[in-house]
Ligand binder design. Sequence first.
Ligand code: ADP
Length: 267
Amino acid sequence: MPGVAHIIAVASGKGGVGKSTTTANIALGMKANGLRVGVLDADIYGPSVPRLFGVSGRPEQVEGRILKPLEAHGIKVMSIGFMVEEDTPMIWRGPMVMSALTQMLREVAWGELDALVVDMPPGTGDAQLTMAQQVPLSGAVIVSTPQDLALIDARKGLNMFRRVDVPVLGIVENMSYFVAPDTGKRYDIFGHGGARAEAERLDIPFLGEVPLDMDIRINSDNGTPIVVADPDGAHAAVYRDIAAKVWAEVSRPLGEVRRAAPAIVFD
Ligand code: ADP
């Protein structure tokens, strides 16, 4: 990909764990850290980028088949959601999904980017494999909730990247805990620490804990993810820190071998 220094996939083993929310806030965290960033919404069947970034409208055709990405909060964004209505189901078979993905990646005028962050579809199907195999990914970030079930699914996602030799940059624990806004009492709704323990067990970086918080949800729905809605708040700081760790992992000096994806051992 000429002009794009690093393509970083954000993946989860299953839907609903906050992968898209995490993608948007990591991308905006990278932008806040001074990088030139783009976001590609590869979740063909459930595109969230238009809503998360509060953008809609058809991308302009610049030359031939090349599309101009839309822009929001200083980030270039592309999503299949810009091409179809929000309530239109994508009744596409694998090959169509794959050609749409390739097109959104290669036939878009991304320009000069330090990082293109890809919101992967959940799971480990056709589309995920296409992305992992045919796209020169610098690495993948895995998002999981703390509970075992999500981690089992997360391990599958992780394993897929390992099979196709894409380095796993680390794990983010989303919905890590909840602090009641009225009493300040903390609740570990989905358990706590499962993702950190898993990262340690597999010897891959643990990137951070993001709490379950109403402000994160509300601002995502409003099209202004928390990193831009409340840049001085604690959540934005967490995401910027995660973004910095991801960037440190992908931009290790050439020649220094990046940590290979781990071997998965099942107890
Ligand atoms: P996925 O991409 O894994 O399907 P989403 O990012 O769409 O998940 O998140 C699912 C729902 O959970 C959304 O309504 C989102 O706003 C909400 N959500 C995600 N992460 C958090 C969080 N840390 N705190 C509160 N709500 C969250």
